[in-house]
Design a protein around this ligand. Structure first.
Ligand code: AQP
Length: 330
């Protein structure tokens, strides 16, 4: 059985993009694989966070993992900062990673072009190594992530080659798994950029915990072009193409069949139907979330996940320390 690791950072409330690009696949993968799903709160502090908000969101996301269908009997669910091995391995791997490699990471480049580098935390620069550590601690075979994370998994693979060549076989080289449709859900107001939980304009994203009427309004006011034709054309019609992707992934209907169904109808009809599709899909998730969010069950699941993850992580950290020559001989 192959091992899967993935995580989501509590830098905002979960969006439909996070669900369709990540969580949906987590749920599908848990039946056939040995899965570790994490709430990566150490990643969230690469930018300033309000301490109470961060704590709250971390648990919100854990509850949403369960509400969306993750099953603690099938997958290990835990909070990253509760397993010290992530930060320990990260330092050891930072020392194996080149400045040039990290400078080429597009997410950092984009951010530094926008804001300059002087005020960015060094954690924001090195976090791809923390991500590599997350993956490598658990001998992960497959990493299911959205397209935007592809470069980081490639860096992880390079780090594995370098480390294994230098110190002997230590890490498993992970493969990337990107879902075909829905891999990149775009912002509803600016469909040329991805839907993100830390986006300022809240009309651009749909949150899994948004009020249902608000979701409908956001979909109805999603930006589309003026020709009123329901056709998938990412380059020339990014708005309607994004909405078609969302519709298709939620309903499992192909984009072609949706295009066919909406021949002769306009954006208004299409958006109304999509609003219903999204709301009927999200409502049961919210119901389950409300049941579990403040339960003892949730804490028990996170404790159990932490304990198991810690066991594996501790072993790996000791192995890496030994290979590098840290500490005393044991
Ligand atoms: N718009 C998206 N479409 C598809 N997948 C997405 N993911 C994020 N946005 C989309 C996937 O969700 C997983 C968790 O991501 P993350 O929270 O660790 O970081 P992120 O990719 O930076 O997510 P956000 O929502 O954009 O957060 P902020 O705004 O804080 O940067 C990943 O698998 C990601 O691909």
């Amino acid at each position: 059985m192959s091992r899967i690791f993935s995580g989501i950072k509590p830098s905002g409330d979960l969006t439909l993009g996070n669900y369709l690009g990540a969580l949906k696949n987590f749920v599908a993968l848990q039946d056939e694989h040995d899965c570790f799903f994490c709430i990566v709160d150490l990643h969230a502090i690469t930018v300033a966070q309000d301490r109470l908000e961060l704590r709250k969101r971390t648990k919100d996301i854990a509850a949403l993992y369960l509400a969306c269908g993750l099953d603690p009997n099938k997958a290990t669910i835990f909070i990253q900062s509760e397993v010290p091995g992530h930060a320990q391995l990260s330092w050891m791997l930072e020392c194996q990673t080149y400045y040039g490699e990290l400078s080429r990471m597009t997410q950092f480049k984009d951010k530094s072009l926008k804001d300059g580098t002087a005020g960015l935390s060094s954690g924001l620069f090195t976090y791809p190594v923390l991500m590599a550590s997350d993956i490598l601690l658990y001998d992960t075979d497959i990493v299911p992530v959205g397209e935007d994370q592809k470069q980081h998994v490639e860096l992880t693979r390079d780090i594995v080659d370098r480390f294994n060549n230098r110190y002997g076989d230590t890490f498993v080289k992970p493969d990337l798994f990107i879902p075909k449709v829905g891999a990149r859900i775009m912002d509803l107001q600016d469909p040329t950029k991805k839907m993100s939980k830390s986006e300022e304009n809240d009309k651009g994203y749909i949150l899994l915990l948004d009020d249902l009427n608000r979701i409908k309004k956001k979909i109805m006011s999603a930006k589309t072009d003026s020709d009123n034709l329901i056709k998938f054309d990412k380059d020339n019609k990014p708005g309607i193409s994004n909405l078609l992707s969302i519709y298709s992934v939620i309903t499992n209907k192909s984009i072609e069949s949706l295009e066919e169904f909406y021949v002769g109808k306009g954006y208004g009809d299409f958006k109304k139907d999509l609003a219903e599709v999204v709301v009927s899909f999200i409502q049961p998730i919210q119901d389950r979330y409300n049941e579990i969010r403040n339960s003892k069950e949730l804490d028990d699941i996170l404790d159990e996940g932490r304990d198991l993850a810690n066991k594996l992580a501790f072993k790996k950290v000791k192995k890496v320390e030994h290979k590098i020559g840290l500490g005393r001989k044991r």
